[in-house]
Design a binder for this molecule. Structure first.
Ligand code: NAG
Ligand code: NAG
Ligand code: NAG
Ligand code: NAG
Ligand code: NAG
Length: 766
């Protein structure tokens, strides 16, 4: 789960975790699921259907293995439980392209329309979106809570003709749960159950029902209907509305209590594509290996070939460099920034000092008189006592007190349960160096406030040294108009893209901190089992939340420009994104919470989305499926690897007669690699006019520290006489030597009387 909460620790562990063999595998005891990519055209004579060939190929290595899924469109092949030896034997067979072990992926808003400049303007900016839209956003996640008002279909016309999706029945889920807004709900768990055993229906529904909340939150963020009077426990009250409130929603539950398995994700993507979705939203990830081994990248390639826009979360592993996933160039990779909304909760100490934290606590308030204050590290026998781990606090030392707990290891809200169980009256949750000054508001179970590292250190010192420490917490409710905003969330995963450093990622950022959207009815807002509160809406944070913002905006752009490819939609979002504050404050650019300094393109890609500009970008950088195949050739993928990704492209595949270059990929950003000794690199690009006729002039510059990088663009003027016209240009970058690992940054901007088409530049010395 890529929301920035209880599961970030699990995420970190899960990627490395081997899948435990099931108990049934007494003899073939290193069983795991493999995804077998077959060469569709290599089927020998004598087989009536591909399924028969797959079964026969499987039988030749194992007489007991059964096919879990066959895949017919996103890839050709199947998944099955195999031993390592069987998988190796299979990979050596003719007609078998690749055998990939299954990987486990983890899942990684009332004010957002106003913040993005869309409030009340959606219809004006996107005329086609005002009528009941036929654009369908498919969300692969934890399912859906269909009774939420965000799925109300009032005013929607009939389900789009040609839609093939359905509402699958199951535990707690009837086919009648779908309507003209929520037009599909399916679930995929064959791979999950093969690894983990049957779903425990006492814990989660064996159906599309969302018992977690994440999927309901992401799908309603992308395309939820407007709901008046939405709030979480009184916070962030207002109208909750998805980015594309008139688009249709189809949900595909591929994530279960134990994670999201790649065989299920691939089948979910395949079915979503066949159902007829226009946009795929995946707030989950974990694939950082080569694209042909990463199921999301494999599925997304075929989706892109069919014109489907795929948006994915970058991950919550920031602020370290090279921490992102889902970096394939045919995916739109989304990082997270803040809104201009905050939930302050002031902590006042007995020494008169006052610190501002954040909280979504609602309920009985603390007495207004000073309350005894204790550091958890002084109220526990455990060496990890400061973390407020379950059962670690000594009740006599915390009873009736506000307890200062260190953030980290166990879930933030869980610590409140621990304090409450030990008799504490309140909690201050203090960051350590790991989180610095980044604050994430939580719906604490008792009066609690989250504070930054500096405030935390001052409070630790005070609580440990004052003979009678006291504190109090005052909750200030919801504040809007906070500046500066957006700032880049510290957790937002950063570039460079480790798989192909020549493609800059993330592509852009969107709101992902303290987002209000619909929630599951099976779990409280903290997502913790003991939390018996229920709320139709919840406020959570993560790139999981920023990804569906972009998915919804892509749906708006798709309805406004039905002929645009996924690359054109992404280009429009990127080249119109902003990198400096629209109000002119803080003119050094969007700030990064992690450093307090301006963010770089490695943090924010092209910048923060600006949908009102994206609808009319002037020029777009388009990319066809054949161009992406050329890119695969440029990164030296062999025939099997290319075939595993590209199913429908008839492009000339890695011909010995052609030269291929990553620098020729028509991406709306530039990632330049120079040797440490200095050197040059030439990029080629082609822009397509999607606006009125006009002349564009270029400005381009880049620098590392104070040293300029030479950037020359040829030609420096491009004139367009009609829509659809294409013009090409080259950019030559050159610079002297710099220590390996140095980065330089810059921008290349084409401007006309009506449009500004901007691309970020990153230069890396290796
Ligand atoms: C499904 O339908 C049955 C029969 O109408 C009804 O009793 C049940 O409550 C419904 N379940 C849900 C989750 O709506
Ligand atoms: C603490 O500071 C905040 C803002 O700086 C202020 O609104 C609040 O009233 C202060 N509280 C006390 C008790 O001084
Ligand atoms: C903590 O240690 C003290 C002294 O050794 C002991 O009396 C007490 O029972 C311990 N408390 C807990 C909760 O382990
Ligand atoms: C609390 O613990 C700190 C170290 O964690 C220690 O320095 C301090 O003396 C303790 N204070 C009390 C009152 O026990
Ligand atoms: C390469 O080009 C030559 C001459 O144009 C042609 O005969 C040959 O078939 C080409 N080879 C490939 C692999 O495309």
């Amino acid at each position: 789960m890529w929301c920035h909460g209880k599961r970030s620790a699990i995420f970190a562990v899960a990627v490395a975790a081997a899948i435990v063999a099931s108990a049934a595998a007494a003899v073939r005891d290193d069983l795991r699921t493999y995804i077998v990519h077959m060469s569709h055209s290599a089927m020998p004579d004598g087989f009536a259907e591909h399924g028969d060939w797959y079964a026969s190929s499987l039988q030749s290595v194992s007489d007991s293995a059964a096919v879990l899924y066959t895949y017919d469109t996103l890839l050709h092949g199947y998944s099955a439980r195999l031993t390592r030896a069987e998988a190796e034997a299979l990979e050596a067979q003719p007609g078998v392209l690749l055998v990939n072990p299954e990987t486990r992926y983890e899942l990684h808003t009332t004010r957002t329309p106003e913040f993005l400049g869309l409030d009340g303007r959606t219809d004006a900016l996107f005329p086609q979106s005002g009528t009941a839209s036929d654009v369908v956003v498919g969300v692969l996640d934890t399912g859906v809570w269909p009774e939420r008002a965000s799925y109300d279909d009032a005013g929607f016309g009939p389900v789009p003709t040609g839609w093939k999706g359905k509402c699958e029945e199951g535990n707690d889920f009837n086919a009648s749960a779908c309507n003209k807004k929520l037009i599909g709900a399916r679930f995929f768990l064959t791979g999950y159950e093969a690894s983990k055993g049957p779903v425990d229906v006492s814990k989660e529904s064996r159906s599309p029902r969302d018992n977690d909340g994440h999927g309901t939150h992401t799908s309603s963020t992308a395309a939820g209907s407007a709901v008046r009077g939405a709030d979480l426990l009184g916070y962030a009250s207002g109208t909750a509305k998805g980015m594309a409130p008139r688009a249709r929603v189809a949900t595909y539950k591929v994530c279960w209590v134990g994670g999201c398995f790649s065989s299920d994700i691939l089948k979910g993507m395949e079915v979503a594509v066949a159902d007829g979705v226009d946009v795929l939203s995946l707030s989950l990830g974990g694939g950082t290996s080569d694209y042909y081994r990463d199921s999301i990248a494999v599925g997304a390639f075929s989706a892109m070939e069919k014109g489907i826009f795929v948006s994915c979360s970058a991950g919550n592993a920031g602020p370290g460099a090279a921490s992102l996933t889902n970096g394939a160039p045919w995916i739109t990779t989304v990082g997270a920034g803040t809104l201009d909304r905050d939930f302050p909760a002031h902590v006042t100490l007995g020494n008169g000092k006052n610190y501002t934290g954040v909280s979504l606590y609602s309920g009985k308030q603390l007495p207004t008189t000073p309350v005894p204050f204790v550091y958890a590290g002084n109220a526990s026998n455990s060496s990890m006592g400061a973390l407020c781990m379950t059962g670690s606090l000594i009740p006599e030392k915390v009873a009736g007190k506000i307890v200062l707990c260190d953030r980290g290891t166990n879930a933030r809200v869980q610590k409140g349960f621990v304090v409450k169980d030990a008799g504490g009256a309140g909690m201050v949750l203090a960051n350590t160096a790991a989180n610095g000054e980044e604050l994430v508001a939580d719906a604490h179970i008792l009066p609690g406030s989250g504070v930054g590292e500096k405030a935390g250190n001052a409070m630790r010192t005070y609580a440990s040294s004052d003979p009678n420490p006291t504190a109090n917490i005052v909750f200030a409710g919801t504040k809007v108009g906070i500046q500066p905003s957006p700032v880049v969330a510290a957790f937002s995963s950063r570039g460079p893209n480790t798989v192909t450093p020549g493609v800059l990622k993330p592509d852009l950022i969107a709101p992902g901190v303290n987002i209000l959207a619909a929630w599951s009815g099976s779990i409280g807002p903290s997502g913790i089992a003991g939390d018996n509160r229920r709320s139709s809406f919840n406020i959570i944070s993560g790139t999981s939340m920023s990804c569906p913002h972009v998915s919804g905006l892509a749906a708006l752009l798709r309805s406004a420009h039905q002929d645009w490819t996924p690359a054109a939609i992404r280009s429009a979002l990127m080249t119109t994104a902003y990198t400096v504050y629209p109000n002119g404050n803080y003119n050094n650019g969007i700030l990064d919470v992690a450093t307090g300094r301006p963010a770089t393109p490695l943090d924010i890609g092209a910048g923060h989305v600006d949908p009102s500009k994206a609808v009319d970008p002037g020029l777009v950088y388009d990319i066809t499926a054949a161009d992406y195949v050329d890119f695969l050739c440029a990164i030296n993928y062999g025939p099997a690897q290319v075939a595993a990704l590209a199913k429908h492209s008839t492009a000339d595949r890695c011909s010995a007669n052609r030269t291929y270059a990553v620098t020729a990929l028509n991406y709306p950003s530039f990632s330049v690699t120079l040797p440490a000794a200095g050197g040059a690199e030439k990029h080629t690009r082609t822009v397509t006019n999607v606006g009125q006729p006009g002349t564009y002039k270029v400005t381009a510059s880049a620098a590392a520290g104070g040293t300029p990088v030479s950037v020359s663009v040829e030609p420096s003027t491009l004139s367009f006489t009609k829509a659809g016209e294409k013009k090409s240009y080259t950019v030559s970058f050159a610079a002297g030597g710099k220590p390996s690992g140095t980065n330089g940054f810059g921008r290349l901007v084409w401007s006309s009387d009506h449009h500004v088409v901007a691309s970020p530049i990153v230069v890396t010395w290796t």
